[in-house]
Design a protein around this ligand. Structure first.
Ligand code: SF4
Ligand code: MSK
Length: 653
């Protein structure tokens, strides 16, 4: 039996004003949201520290988190084995999610090349050729279709290669790759790595936490430099590589007099087709005949990030706001594909009489309408979704209450655009970035990414951390739900340069960029890896990724995908700090291995902090350590954000 709901103050749940208004309304309407469930269901203290094993029927075996070495499992497994196995399975699950997504994109690419799918086409042939050349596929004088087919076969190995290095290893900086070879962590195909990870973590197999960690790294690298990277590259080739676009965000983008359709999930093919359906004059006329002034397509979560960066569509909010947006009563349909889709959405959608439509055979939800998106005929699915939304608009009965809050920002940066932005169209280059890091105007680079979590005040850590970093001249790259937290707070526009330290502000002004660059969805973290590889290649900042004054952080993470992402950055040489919680038993040798030893072995390492100011302190200290090692350190004080800064942000928002 769940405990009775204890209502906590809305201001303690979220810093997103729209979401706060909708939580209040949901309570008045008697609708339960995931914030309420997080409040009433306390996390199991043993599970929270990953100290429980249920890998066989001799257990489950629960370790003592206060004194982790006072017992072992029935089979004799130590706490280090148990926690490492649990961590490994999280990485395997996160890697599986990204690689399955990537493989679906690759299959779509194949069908487009073979002419089986006519609804999509190759939008960025230049990127296709660049990726082919980076993998040493001949392009000179060949038909694009032939190059594309060779590229397909080469990239398929990312998933299926049984032995040997996957082709994407050609994009890894030489010294980083040599280090991986020496450490025995160069990935084979993701299917093989995930299979081996699951095998080695089964009862009675790998019971040496250091050896398990090697497979954890290998599996994660098959994600970051494999499945995720293919997903991003193929999405760009098929749907266009993003370039900066000004976008309106927050729940105020819903329009009372229009048919509002929310797209939520991760794969771009659903949204690419629905964009076409929503612009179809027949359907627009049908919407008008129903009394609407038009159709308003709005993105959420990572689908929304893809939609805004490729089409400039408005974005209503991140993971923690997907139930809350339904409470407006203004959503005429929510359609979803894969990942981060709460089952609880169905119940909230039912209350507000909003059609809730799943479209992917891998992600059905009990009771939801399922309209399968057939890749060879996506329009029949997306047209039907639009028709259902129009019908709901026509029959709207629930009162509509839309928070009148919006913000504007610039999104849609990519590795390629940063290259062009910094170096100019004729000789795009990361050299100006490296030069500005070497001369100290930019102190370092931080990837601030990841989810929001109902057990953590929504958006708070993302925003406070990023403010702290830019004030200290750290250039911030963003993906996933974190990007939307900053967008709502007004920190993704050029005006945010007013909050940056003098060096970073000068660079932003000269180049005309904000200090916070949004790079897309959570699968697009591979863009940050490629940017890091380019920084190494350009020179002056060491020989491998581990030498760069670069760090990563997911302050409010929740998904296994985030753990896989964190691990592929750590294995690539980056210091990664997570906030909110960490699936680790404190005081164990495995904890020391991840948080200290890996760095001494030439990788990056993990860190943890629950307060954003402490996260910033850890990240900046690491950047300064790397700068000192490179001999480019200048003594400088860390500055803290104060009330004057807050007022200046309000003025720029
Ligand atoms: Fe317990 Fe060992 Fe079975 Fe895990 S594998 S449940 S520790 S007996
Ligand atoms: S959607 S994985 S909540 S970033 Fe990519 Fe957001 Fe995290 Fe899902």
């Amino acid at each position: 039996m769940a405990k009775p709901l204890e209502l906590i103050k809305v201001e303690d749940i979220t810093t997103c004003e729209s979401t706060a208004q909708m939580i209040t309304k949901a309570r008045q309407d008697g609708v339960e949201l995931f914030f309420d469930r997080a409040n009433s269901m306390k996390a199991c203290p043993i599970g929270e520290q990953a100290a429980c094993c249920k890998h066989c029927a001799m257990g489950p075996c629960r370790m003592n988190v206060n004194s982790p070495y006072d017992r072992v499992g029935v089979c004799g497994a130590t706490v280090d084995t148990i926690v490492a196995r649990n961590f490994g399975r999280m990485v395997a699950a996160g890697t599986a999610a990204h690689t399955d997504h990537g493989m679906a994109m690759l299959e779509l690419f194949r069908d487009v090349i073979q002419g089986k799918t006519k609804e999509y086409s190759i939008k960025d042939p230049i990127k296709l050729v660049e990726i082919a050349e980076s993998l040493e596929i001949a392009t000179e004088g060949r038909e694009l279709k032939d190059v594309a087919m060779d590229l397909y076969h080469e990239l398929e190995l990312t998933y299926t290669q049984v032995d040997g290095e996957i082709p994407m290893m050609k994009r890894v900086p030489r010294q980083t790759l040599e280090h991986w070879r020496a450490a025995g962590v160069v990935p084979r195909g993701a299917m093989r790595e995930i299979m081996e990870m699951m095998h080695r973590t089964a009862m009675g197999v790998d019971q040496d936490y250091e050896n398990i960690t090697k497979q954890i790294s290998r599996t994660a690298l098959a994600d970051g430099w494999g499945g995720s990277m293919v997903s991003t590259d193929i999405s760009d080739i098929l749907f266009g590589t993003p370039s900066p676009v000004e976008v309106e965000v927050d729940m105020g983008v819903l329009q009372k007099d229009k048919v509002n359709i929310i797209i939520h999930g991760h794969e771009p093919n659903l949204l690419e087709s629905i964009v076409v359906s929503a612009a179809d004059p027949v359907l627009v006329d049908a919407a008008k005949a129903a009394g609407a002034s038009g159709i308003n397509l709005v993105g959420m979560c990572c689908s929304g990030l893809e939609a805004m960066s490729r089409h400039g569509l408005p974005h209503a909010g991140n993971f923690s706001s997907t139930e809350a947006v339904l409470v407006t009563g203004a959503v005429d349909c929510m359609t979803v594909d894969i990942q981060c889709i709460k089952q609880g959405l169905k119940k909230v959608a039912d209350f507000y009489e909003t059609p809730f439509i799943t479209t992917n055979y891998r992600a059905k939800i009990e009771g939801a309408i399922h309209i399968h998106l057939e890749e060879n005929d996506p329009r029949s699915c997306t047209d039907e979704i639009v028709i259902k939304a129009i019908t709901r608009f026509k029959n709207r009965k629930k009162p509509v209450q839309i928070p009148q809050i919006t913000a504007k920002g610039v999104h849609g940066f990519s590795y390629e655009y940063i290259n062009y932005m910094l170096g100019g169209s004729f000789r795009g280059s990361y050299k100006p970035l490296n030069d500005n890091i070497i001369n100290g105007r930019i102190r370092g680079v931080a990837g601030i990414v990841g989810c929001t979590n109902p057990r953590s005040k929504q958006d708070y850590s993302h925003v406070e951390l990023v403010k702290e970093l830019i004030k200290n001249d750290v250039l911030v790259l963003q993906t996933g739900c974190s990007q939307m937290a900053l967008a709502k707070a007004g920190l993704t526009g050029p005006g945010a340069a007013a909050l940056a330290g003098p060096g970073l502000a000068e660079v932003c002004e000269t180049v005309g960029m904000p200090p916070v660059l949004g790079l897309g969805s959570c699968v697009d973290n591979s863009r940050i890896l490629i940017a890091a590889a380019e920084m190494v290649k350009v020179g002056g900042l060491g020989d491998c990724i581990a030498d760069l004054p670069a760090v990563g952080c997911a302050p409010e993470w929740m998904s296994e995908k985030a753990i896989a992402i964190g691990q592929y950055f750590v294995a690539s040489g980056v210091y990664v700090v997570f906030g909110h919680t960490f699936p680790m038993t404190k005081g164990t040798r495995f904890e020391k291995h991840l948080f200290e030893d890996l760095e001494n072995l030439g990788f990056g390492k993990w860190g943890f902090a629950s307060d954003p100011k402490e996260m910033a302190r850890l990240l900046i200290a690491h950047i300064d350590k790397k700068r000192a090692a490179l001999g480019i350190d200048k003594s400088r004080e860390r500055v803290l954000t104060d009330m004057a800064d807050r007022r200046s942000l309000d003025a720029t928002a």
